[in-house]
Write a protein that binds this ligand. Structure first.
Ligand SMILES: Cc1ncc(COP(=O)(O)O)c(C=O)c1O
Length: 406
């Protein structure tokens, strides 16, 4: 008989590589926007697994898609194609600018594919000189060595030896800084429509339109990383739709699987053709289980009711955060859109986002930080009004705790 293992938080330190520092409690069950730990303590979930659980925990549509597919076929590899992958790809193509889809297993892998495609496209269409990738300070694109190098936080990419080259960083929302770097050598400009990990910083409309124009002028591709903003999170299926600026390549993950690992890269036929047979691949990308779940996620989210609901929930979040701020004066602003919001700490509380996050957990609320100055909320897109009210009651207590301890 298999040995019974007593699971406690200290087991993490015994058996896991120490690159994470998880909370003390261990969650064991989730339903909608509520989570319970081993002790039966209940939490309201405003974190959504870092903007992943787009339909909350154990949504019936996802459970039914997963269990139905689990009884049919789990895995084939890309030596063969499968029905869920082709259905999901068709829906992504129908509902976005894209004509072609590549499936991966995570955001980083979708971006890795995007950057490799951009480089290959540039090599084929212009030649070896066209290899610069322009990205932005504070951006985040994943943790593979290429994606973390493109990301704008040296603290994540330093310390692993020589980095992939020809990656340049401009300043987000500063078109002049892009103009200073872009040239005939540029193969792509890569950006998040709302910088997530960097602190919930939305691109301005002028900036995004300006970057699009610069890319056109210099025959460079515009790659939008919608790993955090995609799949309804900002009240549109993809955030580019809020701006009316069309990317050449878009990456999506997180909310797409709602908790089942999947990523995708979307692009045009003209660009896609440069990833010929054998140029790129992955064993699991397009896995039938993942694609069946993602199809249920897209079907459920891409409706006027859910997308408008996201904007109505944003209003409730903002009202409650404004009221908390009126009483305690801790934030300078609330940034972001839909169910991707950042409460930015004012001068007095600089560097203390983690204190608010920890106090929230004390009061039964799962929140997030985005850097040291922003408390981030990325809940389910279908979180109920009651869950928002209860979560905000808890957050208010957490804010009071931090303020009163000062
Ligand atoms: C904008 C963005 N891109 C890429 C990633 C990486 O995704 P993953 O962790 O699934 O590799 C993230 C993760 O936080 C992200 O926010």
């Amino acid at each position: 008989m298999a040995e019974h293992i007593q699971v406690t938080r200290s087991l993490f330190d015994d058996v896991m590589v120490p690159n994470y520092a998880p909370a003390k409690m261990i969650p064991v069950k989730g339903r909608g926007s509520r989570v319970w730990d081993q002790e039966g303590r209940e939490y309201v979930d405003f974190a959504g697994g870092i903007a992943v659980s787009s339909l909350g925990h154990c949504h019936p549509a996802m459970v039914s898609a997963l269990t139905e597919q689990a009884g049919k076929l789990w895995h084939l590899s890309n030596v063969l194609t499968n029905e869920p992958a082709l259905r999901l790809a068709s829906k992504l193509v129908q509902q976005t600018f894209a004509e072609k889809v590549f499936f991966a297993n995570s955001g980083a892998e979708a971006n890795e594919a995007a950057f490799k495609l951009a480089r290959r496209w540039a090599l084929d269409t212009h030649g070896e000189h066209k290899q610069d990738i322009i990205s932005f300070s504070k951006s985040f694109h994943g943790r593979t060595f290429f994606t973390v190098t493109v990301g704008g936080q040296a603290s994540y990419s330093d310390g692993f030896g020589p980095k992939p080259g020809a990656v340049l960083h401009a300043e987000f929302n500063n078109l002049d800084s892009v103009k200073a770097l872009i040239s005939e050598r540029t193969c792509a400009v890569v950006l998040e429509p709302i910088q997530g990990e960097g602190g919930i910083i939305p691109a301005t409309k002028e900036f995004l339109a300006g970057v699009r124009a610069l890319c056109d002028e210099h025959q460079a591709l515009l790659v939008m990383d919608e790993v955090q903003t995609g799949v309804g999170r900002t009240g549109q299926l993809y955030a580019y739709m809020n701006y009316g600026v069309i990317p050449d390549i878009l990456t999506t993950a997180k909310s797409l699987g709602g908790g089942f690992p999947i990523g995708a890269m979307l692009t045009s036929t003209e660009i896609a053709k440069h990833l010929k047979v054998g140029t790129h691949g992955t064993t699991y990308g397009g896995n039938p289980l993942a694609c069946a779940v993602a199809e249920a996620v897209i079907d459920t989210i891409n409706t006027p009711e859910v997308l408008q609901g996201v904007l109505a929930k944003e209003q409730l979040f903002r009202q409650r955060l404004d009221a908390i701020n009126e009483q305690y004066q801790v934030f300078s602003e609330v940034r972001g859109k839909g169910m991707l919001l950042g409460a930015v700490l004012n001068e007095q509380y600089q560097g203390r986002a983690r204190d608010f996050f920890l106090a929230a957990a004390d009061h039964g609320l799962m929140a997030l930080v985005a850097g040291v100055n922003v408390v981030r909320f990325a809940p389910s897109l279908v979180i109920t009004e009651q869950d928002i009210q209860d979560g905000m009651d808890r957050f208010e207590k957490a804010v009071a705790q931090v303020v009163n301890a000062a």
